[in-house]
Design a protein around this ligand. Structure first.
Ligand SMILES: Cc1ncc(COP(=O)(O)O)c(C=O)c1O
Length: 393
């Protein structure tokens, strides 16, 4: 065949480091702190809800926008979280889809025209650049600078131009654990209002905060009407494989997003949507979220102690479930090579954060360790880190 097989829009989208590290972790029987998913059981009340709806034969297509009682539950949950915020119309402002991954993809396809620019903070979750590329857009990266991962407001302002269509904002942030504070959000919001830019807010770690409660940019003055807020049940309820996510946006943005969604997946797993409708009010009533945060704080501390013991001191985090070790003080410049050695020689899998940059060679070298792991996995990682010769001098 003389022609190239893949379309130009997927050029450069290859197998990710996550796949490589996961394969190495399996091959070497490593404690896998690489990919970000919980390896422990989901809460009983969550599983029971799904069981009930499968038993009740919720087997057929749900409406494309999502089952109505789930959209109502999401709207009520929005009120619980943002009592002072805008009220959300379940019919015109809520869309349910196949996890945050699908809704982020839909959102960018819905608003970005070929040649439009999309501002992304780096390091950035690995789906954003391919999503922008598939929409024909161009990423304009703005760095978050270690150690506290703040951005330079002048640099952000300089990234805005006549072709800027959207800004992707992930808070709490993967991989750094940063939660953007109110003054930072105010700077971003002001620039987006000035330049008439849509914010795609990825808030999948919204319930996983360790200090100040989560702040959503859509709740800032004048921002609801220009924000698509994406969240999902994967992280919050330890069911990343259920793939139920949602997008909250004002009616015109919702209409655009639904136009894409109906031809990407049309709809996703009906029994799990029904389950989430049951789970949201139960979780809000029963103190589930405080318990989740306390449990994750404990797992975080277990991992932090193990890393410190190996001289891979992690920085404090505001949210999400990752700890980062800065490799620069140890003279390590290549975080990919470091993580390959870590998994093959020490038996602990971590993700090099340079892969979260458009230009990995210029990125600061850090290793990302996920603590959404069982005590057994975390203890195994701690034992291996303690037993092997140190990887860093
Ligand atoms: C920042 C961020 N956004 C989106 C996702 C994907 O979410 P979902 O599993 O709901 O598709 C992840 C998963 O790791 C993530 O870390």
């Amino acid at each position: 065949m003389g022609r190239q097989i893949g379309a130009r829009r997927i050029a450069g989208i290859g197998t990710s480091i996550f796949t490589e590290i996961t394969a190495l972790a399996v091959e070497h029987g490593a404690a896998n702190l690489g990919q970000g998913f919980p390896d422990f059981a989901a809460p009983g009340f969550v599983k029971e809800a799904a069981r009930r709806h499968i038993h009740d034969d919720r087997n057929q297509y749900a409406p494309s926008a999502g089952v109505p009682r789930l959209r109502r539950a999401l709207s009520e949950d929005y009120r619980r979280r943002w009592p002072q915020g805008p009220s959300v119309d379940p019919d015109a402002e809520v869309t349910v889809g196949g996890g945050a991954t699908e809704l982020l993809h839909d959102a960018l396809l819905a608003i970005v025209d070929p040649g439009d620019e999309v501002i992304v903070f780096e390091p950035a979750y690995d789906a954003y650049a391919p999503d922008v590329a598939m929409a024909g857009g161009v990423v304009r990266a703005v760095p978050l600078e270690p150690p506290d991962w703040r951005f330079e407001p002048a640099r952000l302002a300089a990234a805005f131009g006549p072709r800027t269509r959207a800004l992707i904002l992930n808070t709490p942030h993967n991989p750094t654990g940063k939660a953007f504070c109110r003054p930072e959000l105010a700077v971003i919001a002001e620039l987006c209002r000035q330049h008439d830019v849509v914010v795609v807010a990825d808030e999948v770690y919204s319930e996983l905060t360790f200090g100040a409660p989560h702040l959503s940019i859509a709740t800032l003055p004048g921002m609801f009407e220009r924000t698509i807020t994406v969240d999902s049940m994967g992280k919050t309820f330890s069911v990343t494989g259920w793939k139920v996510g949602w997008a909250i946006a004002p009616p015109p943005l919702t209409a655009a997003l639904r136009a894409v969604h109906q031809f990407v997946t049309f709809t996703n797993a009906a029994p799990f949507q029904e389950a989430l409708a049951d789970v949201l009010p139960l979780a809000a009533r029963d103190g589930y979220y405080a318990g989740l945060r306390a449990d994750y704080a404990r797992r975080r501390d277990l991992l932090a102690a193990a890393l410190r013991g190996a001289r891979l001191d992690p920085s404090p985090i505001d949210g999400a479930y990752f700890l980062l070790a800065d490799l620069r003080p140890h003279g390590v410049a290549d975080d990919v090579a470091f993580c390959r050695r870590l998994v093959t020689e020490v038996g602990v899998a971590a993700i090099p954060t340079s892969v979260f940059y458009g230009e990995p060679a210029a990125a600061p070298p850090f290793a990302r360790f996920c603590f959404a792991k069982s005590d057994d996995t975390l203890r195994a990682a701690a034992a291996r880190l303690a037993a092997r010769p140190p990887l860093v001098p």
